[in-house]
Ligand binder design. Structure first.
Ligand code: NAP
Length: 343
């Protein structure tokens, strides 16, 4: 049943030059015949949100997208009030940010259905908030052969979620990170208890049939350390993490970001080593379904689950302060932060 939106006020975070601003505005009103109004409950802070705040992201805006929310009202019976949904930001609909007390989505009905996957009953909000990043990791995991020896370079949220999925695929995963802080924090989690965690500079000379790069950005040193972990021939280097559009593999003309974004496969020979470069970008509806299923089931090796990765929770005003601090200091918060929108 469609319920008309009424005139109330809601708080929302806005990107402004030099940071963010918390504003109070009337509830968004749809100008489209097909819309859904969601009341976000728990929203994750993603590294892409931080890139947008720093103005270092050059693609579409996804500010505030790791959402678990409740449908307030809509133009269609597909979305009954109270339905718990998350958000697939890859689906082209018009929307306001989920860093707000209300989020309005407008678009054709089939696009709205795809953009707002239902959260399975029984999955707590703190776990369901990982649906979108886990779906991207599931998409990436499709490029990793089951049962293989894998090194993941970058122990951020993406690298850790990919570790969980690859363990479910029977892979032996080693998690590699540039600096020790994240590895120290992760060594305290039950989620990753048996996963080897190694500093980049201490990784040594062993090789892995697949190396996945999940770092926030790529530089020559990170590329070289990933490349050196591959066998002389037949390995695959999966490109998941951020890469500047004009970044070329040192000593070659190969532009990597195009390979990542268009999900190409391309052989590279360099320094006496030959490997397949594999790009992975985004997630499909099937990846969202796979992520939802993983979050709805216990993990075979622990009673813990991905919500163990949440390091802090903030309110909307707290998020505004956190993001403006990150702009002022140039230092981003480490680890998964979630926003309790209604607190
Ligand atoms: N392909 C896709 O579909 C897709 C989907 C989602 C996200 N992403 C991208 O994946 C990346 C990681 O996301 P996330 O959420 O995991 O971020 P995150 O939690 O902030 O983790 C960032 C990771 O990158 C490392 N890092 C940052 N700068 C580095 C550098 N210059 N050299 C080496 N390591 C560096 C950090 O290591 P330290 O601990 O040493 O700082 C950390 O391990 C982001 O660029 C994001 O945009 C891609």
């Amino acid at each position: 049943m469609a319920v008309a939106m009424d005139e109330r006020w809601s708080r929302r975070l806005e990107l402004v030059p030099g940071g963010v601003r918390l504003t109070t505005c009337p509830w968004p009103r749809s100008t489209s015949p097909s819309w859904v109004l969601v009341s976000p409950q728990t929203v994750g802070l993603c590294s892409s949100d931080l890139k947008e705040v720093h103005r270092s992201r050059d693609v579409r805006s996804d500010f505030g997208h790791e959402m678990v929310g409740l449908v307030h009202s809509s133009s269609t019976d597909d979305f009954p009030p109270g339905l718990r949904v998350c958000l697939d930001p890859h689906i082209p609909v018009t929307r306001t940010t989920a860093f707000g007390e209300t989020a309005l989505l407008e678009g054709p009905p089939d696009q709205l259905r795809a953009a707002l996957p239902t959260v399975p009953d029984g999955t707590p909000d703190d776990r369901a908030v990982f649906t979108e990043p886990l779906a991207c990791a599931a998409h990436c995991a499709g490029n990793v052969p089951a049962g293989s020896q894998v090194a993941i370079i970058g122990a951020g949220t993406a690298g850790v979620l990919l570790t969980v999925l690859l363990r479910l695929k029977g892979c032996q995963v080693t998690l590699v990170n540039r600096s020790p802080e994240r590895l120290t924090a992760l060594s305290r989690t039950a989620l990753l208890r048996e996963v080897p965690k190694v500093l980049s500079r201490e990784v040594g000379t062993r090789t892995f049939s697949t190396v996945v790069v999940t770092t926030a950005s790529l530089d020559g040193a990170t590329f070289d350390s990933a490349w050196d972990l591959l066998p002389q021939d037949g390995g695959r280097l999966v490109l998941f993490g951020g890469i500047r559009p004009d970044w070329r593999v040192p000593g070659t003309q190969v532009l990597l970001d195009g390979i990542r974004r268009s999900e190409q496969m391309r052989e590279l020979e360099r320094g006496g080593r030959r490997a397949l470069l594999v790009g992975t970008h985004g997630a499909t509806g099937a990846d969202f379904a796979a992520a939802g299923a993983v979050l709805a089931a216990p993990l075979p090796w622990t009673t813990s689950h991905v919500e163990e990765l949440i390091v802090d929770r903030v309110t909307l005003p707290g998020l505004a302060a956190l993001l403006n601090d990150a702009v002022r200091t140039g230092r981003d918060p480490i680890g998964k932060h979630v926003v309790d929108i209604r607190r």
